[in-house]
Design a protein around this ligand. Sequence first.
Ligand code: GAR
Length: 197
Amino acid sequence: MTKRVAILISGGGSNMVALVRSMVGDHPARPVLVASNDPQAGGLQRAADLGVGVAHVDHRIYGKDRSAFEADLNVKLDTARPDILCLAGFMRILTPDFIARWQGRMLNIHPSLLPKYRGLHTHARALEAGDAEHGCTVHEVTAELDGGPILGQARVPVLPGDTPETLAARVLPMEHQLYPAVLRRFAVGDRRPLFLP
Ligand code: GAR
């Protein structure tokens, strides 16, 4: 049966667009909702333009009460009845309760070759470390931040003169290849890691 996919974003949503565009034809999944913690997230309009339902739950209204924010996010998600939840540049830390509710059905893309550089500023950290290669990882979300089982990785070279911006610009197109490829496999129950290129 076709899987229903909800995508959570915080920003421009280029990975979301890649995921949505991939779910056509004989793809085993379809997008049912794009939701953001930021009503101004540019990706919401892009999703609407692609014909996908959109929702937002503004995290700032809830102050430090992450559980209340997530309860309202779950209301929006439950309305869409997703089988799979894709975090795509969703920049909120999730509580253990939210993660437990979606565990086994929730994926994330992270801009580093995990387990290297969990958290933020991954491109700068790869440069500071003098790494010869860098990349991105799609993984299952578990209670350990950026620590769940790896479902796929894509590598790029680090080149002389790279800045965090040039490196990010080299990684992002690989994200757009990797995430749809992993989602397609995951939707039919294939959790074997995929390595690109
Ligand atoms: C992507 O590079 C994604 O890997 C990163 O945010 C960017 C979102 O771009 N995610 C994280 O850093 C998660 N910790 P997008 O909105 O254009 O997809």
